[in-house]
Write a protein that binds this ligand. Structure first.
Ligand code: HEC
Length: 144
């Protein structure tokens, strides 16, 4: 009986960790679904022209976002995101999550400039969506 209890305990611990790891690393399939929230303004088009997501043109192409310096795709960015890139902002998971949750607040904090502005008017409400979208974007980019 004791052994059985112990096994049940072990299983619950390992399964619990599995779930935590999952939520931290994100789920690619869920990210693809949540990308619908970005698609009206963003495409994902690879360097050799393959359209992974054919979306709107209001925002920059998000292909290869991981490791990319902010504000450096071929797109007419606002000043603040370009300045942040010049100051060293590179898109990694943490920066990405903070940015998509509130682009303007992120740039204000990053540049320590209250007058910083973002051309991205959208705010993603759920951090879990941001984590999954990041996993989805990274799964297609060159820097996995
Ligand atoms: C209403 C249109 C719109 C929506 C919806 C939108 N964005 Fe954006 N996004 C923009 C614009 C415009 C910019 C350029 C910002 C600037 O120049 O200040 C941008 C910039 C970005 C950047 C910076 C890219 C770079 O090249 O430095 C990332 C990352 C990003 N968006 C991710 C997302 C994600 C993820 C979603 C969905 C959750 C999303 N956006 C939804 C319009 C949008």
């Amino acid at each position: 009986m004791k052994a059985l209890l112990f096994i049940t305990f072990l299983m619950s611990v390992t399964m619990g960790q599995g779930c935590v790891a999952e939520s931290l690393s994100g789920n690619v399939a869920d990210g693809k679904k949540s990308f619908k929230k970005c698609k009206s303004c963003h495409s994902i088009i690879s360097d050799d022209g393959v359209a992974i997501e054919k979306g709107g043109k209001a925002g920059p192409n998000l292909w290869g976002i991981r490791g990319r310096v902010s504000g450096t795709s071929s797109y007419r960015y606002g000043n603040s995101i370009v300045t942040a890139g010049e100051a060293g902002l590179v898109w990694e998971k943490k920066e990405f999550i903070e940015y998509v949750s509130n682009p303007k607040a992120f740039l204000v904090a990053k540049l320590k400039d209250k007058s910083a502005r973002s051309k991205m008017s959208y705010k993603l409400k759920k951090v879990s969506d941001a984590i999954n979208i990041w996993a989805y974007l990274v799964s297609h980019g060159p820097n996995k």
